[in-house]
Design a protein around this ligand. Structure first.
Ligand code: ATP
Length: 231
């Protein structure tokens, strides 16, 4: 595939926080291209730079050197973000939270609500629609975050440690929701994780260590599915 086919093209991108003796190089010259249909894991321990890399890919941070471009996207709104412990707005119920990105984007409320209810059904959270965030668990909140991204129908979903604070079974359901969201919308999916079991469910893995994106391996989707099945 040529660079022009890429949704996101990250070329030798570095990100440094601070200056002089206090400077922290969070990402050293990372190269990565994201294409439609990709199911990619960025695996590494805490502090290795995974979130920083994801922020570069999302356009939330400017690279200190190198470039990040979005040749296959019409705007950064084509990117859907799911963060660890994703914050839902406490005063809005689940369906309103799910519809929020669409409403902010100018979609009429009725249509946004309909799309949100459909997305909640896809991730198995339709029964939570009328609850407030304080009335649902952390795992359920992450599934709602996946539904919100599904309703948005982005071209790329970037998920930062979406299963980080969850037990294995709950994390697995959240990942199911994200994979379903990506499959339903045809979006590329990029997930950062420190959990090899999460990484095993994606088809391509990159390793992040001390800010360096080091290696990648690929397996076909069937193998990834088998590897990711709970034993
Ligand atoms: N805003 C910031 N200012 C200064 N240093 C930062 C900032 N954000 C991140 N860092 C530093 O950059 C490095 C990489 O952090 P980053 O959050 O990207 O790692 P991570 O792999 O996502 O970790 P975690 O899994 O704990 O979120 C760390 O040393 C961190 O302390």
């Amino acid at each position: 595939m040529s660079p022009a086919d890429a949704l996101i093209d990250c070329q030798d991108a570095a990100l440094t926080f601070g200056r002089g003796p206090n400077a922290v190089v969070a990402v050293h010259g990372a190269g990565l291209r994201i294409h439609a249909g990709d199911r990619l894991a960025i695996v590494g321990p805490s502090g290795s730079g995974k979130s920083s890399l994801l922020h570069l890919l999302a356009g939330l941070e400017q690279p200190t050197s190198g470039t990040v471009t979005w040749p296959g996207l019409s705007g950064l709104r084509d990117i859907g973000l799911v963060f660890q412990g994703d914050s839902l707005i406490p005063a809005l119920d689940v369906v309103e939270n799910t519809a929020l990105t669409l409403v902010l984007d100018g979609v009429p409320e009725g249509r946004a609500r309909e799309a949100a209810l459909g997305a909640l059904a896809v991730v198995g959270a339709a029964d939570l629609a009328d609850r407030l965030p304080e009335e649902i668990s952390g795992g359920q909140a992450q599934r709602v975050a996946a539904a919100r991204v599904l309703a948005q129908a982005p071209r790329v979903i970037l998920a930062d440690e979406p299963t980080g604070r969850l037990d294995h079974a709950t994390g697995s359901r959240v990942l199911d929701a994200l994979l379903t969201a990506a499959n339903e919308t045809g979006a590329a999916l990029v997930v950062t994780t420190h959990d090899p079991a999460v990484a095993a469910r994606l088809t391509e893995r990159h390793t992040m260590r001390d800010g360096r994106l080091t290696s990648a391996d690929s397996v076909d989707a069937d193998t990834a599915h088998r590897l990711g099945e709970p034993s």
